[in-house]
Design a binder for this molecule. Structure first.
Ligand code: PMV
Length: 310
């Protein structure tokens, strides 16, 4: 096969990956746990062509340049090396949600790219192997390759560092009601952020006690970010407004908790039966005037897969 299309969900980390013990291999400082998001997907087509002099990468209808393109080219090089091919590729990728805003677009992007490029190059890899390879493009992408609730176990070696499903998507009917407070591309991406993590005096303590509790780990990760040198401030005033609101709703008896990735948007996790109530509350006028622009709701998603050929 010379052309294939891969589809992958984004994922939201319940226990966060922040900081690498090996930057080049993207071996994480700590284990992390996530759930795939069925409604947030990246669809990527890869075609290897002998008539191309260089790789052409289009993301959301714009031809990628600079470091964004180089990251994709480096990943294609990994696939070419595995498949022993030299042909350059045409890559066309679409996200159905705002990319680069802390909604894990790099996770779904590199999982879809891995699945599509490997199939287009004629490689038949197992899910574990695809996950391991996706990790090299973006660490959290290894958790978008398998489906449902996924554990990425921190281990010292490349060959054991990949995501594994610990429970399928239908194990727990959770919803992620995402309060989008900013859709613009963030100024500092997570690759640079991981590299700064060790400059925070809080990182060693966070890694040593990777907190199992949802909100605590998101707050510990942002505390590391804010105390890195230079500091990273991903929150906006509306981020804090939603966090405070979620805590108040929970104090009133609603089953809901928040988490935040490397961006300002707040993920409100709740059982399916509370989702419409949470959506209504997030859309309320007080939070809209605080800066909530829109709301996206997702159930738990399945594994990355190939789209049927048309
Ligand atoms: O895979 P990266 O390099 O985009 O890092 C993801 C980092 C967080 O989203 C903030 C946390 C996580 O575990 O997904």
């Amino acid at each position: 096969m010379r052309q294939a299309t891969g589809v992958s969900c984004a994922n939201i980390a319940l226990v966060k990956y922040w900081g690498n013990r090996d930057r080049a291999l993207r071996l994480p400082a700590n284990s992390s746990l996530s759930m795939n998001l069925a409604s947030l997907t990246t669809t990527t087509t890869v075609e290897f062509r002998d008539d191309l002099a260089s790789d052409v990468v289009t993301i959301d209808d714009v031809e990628a340049q600079g470091s964004a393109r180089e990251r994709v080219v480096a990943h294609l090089d990994r696939v070419r090396a595995l498949a022993s091919i030299n042909a350059k590729a045409c890559v066309v990728s679409h996200n159905n949600f705002p990319a680069g805003t802390g909604l894990a677009s790099s996770a779904s992007a590199f999982a879809a790219l891995t699945v599509a490029a490997c199939a287009a190059a004629g490689l038949a890899l197992s899910t574990d192997e695809l996950s391991r390879l996706a990790r090299r493009g973006s660490g959290s992408a290894c958790r978008s390759v398998p489906g449902g609730f996924v554990l990425w176990d921190a281990c010292d070696e490349d060959d054991c560092s990949f995501g594994r499903t610990i429970a399928p998507a239908d194990h727990w009917d959770l919803r992620d009601v995402i309060a989008i407070v900013e859709s613009a591309h963030k100024a500092t991406g997570s690759t640079e952020g991981h590299a700064l993590a060790d400059s925070s005096p809080l990182q060693a303590a966070r890694v040593a006690s990777t907190p199992p509790r949802l909100e605590q780990d998101a707050l510990a990760m942002h505390a590391v970010m804010m105390t890195s040198a230079p500091p990273l401030f991903y929150w906006r005033p509306a981020t804090l407004a939603v966090m405070r609101a979620v805590r108040a709703w929970r104090a009133d008896g609603l089953a809901v908790a928040f988490t935040i990735d490397a961006g300002p948007n707040v993920h409100c996790l709740c059982p399916a039966e509370s989702a419409s109530k949470v959506e209504t509350l997030v859309r309320a006028r007080s939070l809209r005037s605080a800066g909530v622009e829109r709301v996206l709701t997702s159930s738990v998603g399945g594994p990355a897969h190939l789209a049927p050929r048309r």
